[in-house]
Design a protein. Structure first.
Length: 288
C-alpha cells in the first residue's frame, strides 16, 4: 500500500507548500506519491472543512507532516478528511497517546524522568496546594515544569527549572510564569518532572520509529550540530508497547551514562532537522 502525504500550506500562498516542508514535498513527489495541502491556520481556528478543501477526493491512506496540532483539532481533521475519502494512518487516539505526556508516560516510566501532572486550562495556574500535591508524587530535589506537550527550556530560570520541588512558593511562581508565557497554547495541563543531570555537551538524539522499528536517527532540531548515537535496546520494548505507528523519541545521556527518554512525540508533527536528507524519512513512510 502506498500512502499519500499531507503537508501544511504556505499561509501567504495557500496553493503552495509551506517553505519549511518543501523539501519533504519534493521527496514525496520524486517518489511518485501524491501530496496535498492542509490549511493549518483554518484548522486551529476550528474550520476543519475549510482546512482540507484542497485535499483531492478519495486520496486514500495518508500521513500528515506539518506543524503541531492540538489533539482535539487533530480529531476534527480526521473527521473532515474521512468525509473526503482520506484516512489518516495515525488515528486520533494514537495521536493523543504519542503527542501528550499522560498518554505515553506509563509505558516509558522506567526510561524517563519521574513525572506527575494535573489538568488545567490556559491562563490559570493551579493553586500552590494543588502543585504541592503533584510534587509530592516525585522524588525530593529539583524538577522542571512543562505542559502535556512542551516545555519552555529556553526560558530556563523563569519558566522551566524548579530548584526544589518542596519549595511551594517558588514552584508556584515558576509554574505561573510558564502558564503566562504559554498563553492560549498551553496543552492539557501542568506536568512536573524530576530533574536529571544530563551530558548537555553531547546533545540529544531524535529517533524516528515506524511500526516499532527505528528508521532514522537525527540530531535534535535545537542542537543540529550534535549527533549522538544512542543505545536503543532499552527503548524498543516501550516503543512497541505504546501501540502507535509513527513516533519519535528524544534521547539524552545522563551524567552516569544511562540513556533517558526526554520526550516522546507523534512523528507527524516532530520537526526534521534542516540538514537531514528528507528522503531518509519520507521513503519509509510512503510504503506501509
Amino acid at each position: 500500500m502506498t500512502a499519500s502525504l499531507l503537508l501544511c500550506a504556505d499561509p501567504l500562498r495557500p496553493t503552495r507548500c509551506d517553505p519549511h516542508f518543501t523539501p519533504q514535498a519534493a521527496a514525496a513527489r520524486l517518489a511518485g506519491t501524491a501530496v496535498a495541502l492542509i490549511d493549518h491556520d483554518a484548522l486551529l481556528a476550528g474550520r476543519a472543512d475549510e482546512a482540507v478543501r484542497r485535499v483531492p477526493q478519495d486520496l486514500g491512506p495518508a500521513w500528515y507532516r506539518g506543524w503541531m496540532i492540538p489533539a482535539a483539532a487533530y480529531a476534527d481533521l480526521d473527521t473532515a478528511l474521512a468525509a473526503r475519502g482520506t484516512r489518516l494512518l495515525t488515528d486520533p487516539p494514537m495521536y493523543r497517546t504519542a503527542h501528550e505526556l499522560p498518554g505515553w508516560y506509563g509505558t516509558f516510566a522506567d526510561v524517563t524522568p519521574p513525572s506527575a501532572w494535573v489538568a488545567c486550562a490556559p491562563h490559570g495556574a493551579p493553586a500552590p496546594g494543588v502543585l504541592a500535591a503533584v510534587a509530592a508524587n516525585l522524588p525530593a530535589g529539583p524538577g522542571i515544569v512543562k505542559d502535556f506537550v512542551k516545555s519552555r527550556k529556553h526560558d530556563w530560570d523563569q519558566a522551566c527549572y524548579l530548584p526544589d520541588l518542596a519549595d511551594t512558593t517558588a514552584v508556584h511562581r515558576v509554574v505561573s510564569r510558564f502558564v503566562e508565557l504559554q498563553q492560549d497554547t498551553l496543552a492539557g495541563g501542568i506536568v512536573l518532572r524530576a530533574f536529571e543531570p544530563l551530558q548537555r555537551a553531547a546533545g540529544e538524539a531524535r529517533v524516528w520509529w515506524l511500526d516499532g522499528e527505528p528508521v532514522l536517527t537525527t540530531a535534535h532540531p535545537d542542537t543540529p550540530d550534535l549527533r549522538p548515537q544512542p543505545a536503543l535496546d532499552g527503548i524498543r520494548l516501550p516503543v512497541s508497547a505504546l501501540g502507535c505507528r509513527f513516533v519519535t523519541t528524544d534521547l539524552a545521556q545522563r551524567t552516569d551514562g544511562t540513556w533517558r527518554v526526554i520526550e516522546v512525540g507523534d512523528g507527524q508533527v516532530s520537526d526534521l532537522p534542516a540538514a537531514t536528507d528528507p528522503t531518509t524519512l519520507i521513503t519509509p513512510l510512503l510504503t506501509v
